[in-house]
Design a protein. Sequence first.
Length: 85
Amino acid sequence: MTVVVTYQNLPKKTNSLAVANGDGSFTIIVNRSLDDQERKKAVAHEIRHISRNDFVCPDAGVAELLCHESEEFQMPSDIEIFYKD
């Protein structure tokens, strides 16, 4: 799994979001205003959504609830993360 992380200006209430790309990779957009620790948490949160395949869930609110309620998260071993400023 390939993930590109980029930092952009997002609304204050939006820490991050993930986008599935046509080539099977994913882009995680992280709010530029977050500090380093918050950025790490945001990236881990989005990778969790990607790993759970939450993109097929028709209700984003339900996907968020399930993501927050799920058990301890293990980072996938097959992930390649590229950071782009």
